[in-house]
Design a protein around this ligand. Structure first.
Ligand SMILES: Nc1ncnc2c1ncn2[C@@H]1O[C@H](COP(=O)(O)OP(=O)(O)OP(=O)(O)O)[C@@H](O)[C@H]1O
Ligand SMILES: [Mg+2]
Length: 442
């Protein structure tokens, strides 16, 4: 057991803390305790725990709220909730919010130990101690070192890299490692906010500022006060907003729409883009002054093809995850598959690898992943474009249908009923199509 396997126990009943910590320590887990959610949240901001086991009902801050706050911060810590017998609704809510498991009180100690062991074991293989970033190539280790440096400083960070390389993951990592981790990480996808709502969403609005402003609303910038604002796809930030954002960064003040008064805000900005901001500046779409401000601390995430040793590591990582998700036992990959993975250019980077593995797991019923199981779903549209694939109309329609169905299954967690609904098919026609296309119906 290493120190990265630390557990934080949270309960307002001292006897429970005493017994549980004694038993878990005997099993070799380093254990800390907290009497309520608020204390636990502070402790989790200062130390990286592998697992938090906490009661649902506690004074000051309960377990569900603690879980929500941890997620809001982008924390990767695993949470197990303890609920009173007969109070299963809490447990269901907790699982939906991302708890890894729940324990019903009164519990059997052995059961808790088993759950703790399983939770700690499942986090293994993530070589940076529960950071969620898998990678040990020299390129990735250097990048992680840079992310660590940026976490120490408080200046704006620009994360660049191709689509799917892990920019969002990196942003969460910086926040979690930074002194601001006790406060919120507020993620904003700049491409998803309608132009006319941008200003009020970002900076807030006071009641009556415009016809639809029936109530005052806090903006995203104010919500990130003392925490971190993550502006994803920053090149989609409207030009007029770029100037206003720069002013906020420089003056540490924000003025809600319709308000004559500015408010102080203590903001840390992380921005991400997969387009070259330099090109955007040249094209006159991005303000040069904001670009210079962001560029001070730039972290470039290398594409997957430039850090080949991470490929087998990530493949194994996601194979384990998917097997768990779909309750399958698949031992590994055939040598041909491993070689194919190393040769493939991975234009969609880690996201593409993750999807390929997920689909391979869906069509494989045991043993190992072979080229045949990859070929069942590998001619995804992007691959078709890349290889310039030309086939008969029938063949390409079958490929697209297979792609659609596999995606729907992946999204629904292999729930055929849900997938059928998404696709607008009856359950029986989904099964028929799956059989026709050679997709495992397991
Ligand atoms: N080093 C890594 N270890 C484990 N998982 C990773 C790693 N990098 C990326 N991922 C996973 O790959 C997926 C894509 O990552 P993420 O969303 O962070 O990429 P992105 O660079 O923000 O992509 P986009 O430009 O399309 O927004 C996520 O599911 C993420 O968890
Ligand atoms: Mg992203």
């Amino acid at each position: 057991m290493n120190s990265a396997d630390s557990i934080l126990l949270v309960d307002d009943e001292q006897t429970i803390l005493d017994t549980l910590s004694l038993m878990l320590r005997e099993e070799g887990f380093p254990v800390d305790t907290a009497p309520d959610g608020e204390t636990a949240l502070q402790m989790a901001g200062r130390k990286d725990y592998r697992l938090i086991i906490c009661d649902v009902v506690m004074p000051r801050m309960g377990g569900i709220e603690l879980l929500a706050k941890l997620k809001e911060r982008g924390s990767g810590v695993m949470v197990i909730l303890m609920t009173a017998f007969g109070d299963i609704t809490h447990a269901v809510e907790a699982m939906k919010m991302g708890a890894v498991d729940y324990i019903v009180k009164p519990f059997i100690i052995d059961e808790v130990i088993t759950i703790a062991r399983r939770a700690c074991a499942s986090g293994k293989g993530e070589l940076t101690g529960g950071s969620g970033i898998v990678g040990e190539s020299p390129e990735m280790l250097a990048t992680i070192a840079l992310l660590d440096k940026s976490a120490e400083s408080d200046c704006a960070v620009l994360i660049t890299g191709e689509s799917g390389v892990g920019k969002e993951l990196a942003a969460a990592y910086i926040h979690r490692k930074s002194p601001r981790s006790g406060n919120s990480l507020v993620p904003v996808n700049c491409a998803a906010i309608p132009l006319e709502l941008f200003e009020s969403e970002m900076f807030g609005v006071v009641k009556g500022a415009f016809t639809n402003a029936l109530q005052s609303r806090e903006g995203l910038v104010t919500r990130s006060d003392k925490g971190t604002l993550f502006l994803d796809e920053i090149c989609s930030l409207p030009f007029a907003m770029q100037g206003k954002l720069l002013r906020v960064l420089e003056s540490h003040e924000v003025m809600p729409v319709g308000s004559g008064r500015s408010e102080k805000v203590d903001l840390r900005l992380i921005a991400a883009t997969n387009k070259s901001l330099e090109d955007e500046v040249k094209a006159g779409r991005f303000r040069e002054d904001l670009y210079y401000r962001l560029r001070v601390f730039e972290v470039h995430l290398p594409p997957l093809r430039a850090r080949k040793t991470d490929i087998p590591l990530l493949a194994r990582h996601y194979l384990g995850r998917c097997c768990e998700k779909y309750k399958k036992r698949i031992e590994g990959f055939s040598p041909e598959v491993e070689e194919h993975f190393l040769r493939h250019p991975w234009p969609g980077n880690v996201r593409e690898l993750k999807n390929v593995i997920e689909r391979a797991v869906l069509v494989t019923d045991g043993g190992i992943v072979t080229m045949a199981s990859l070929q069942q779903n590998n001619l995804a549209p992007s691959a078709l474009r890349e290889t310039g694939f030309v086939g008969s109309y029938k063949e390409s329609m079958a490929q697209s249908a297979r792609e659609l169905i596999l995606n729907a299954l992946a999204h629904s967690g292999n729930d055929k009923k849900k997938a059928a609904q998404t696709l607008g098919l009856s359950l029986s026609s989904l099964y028929r199509k799956m059989e026709e296309l050679g997709i495992s119906t397991q």
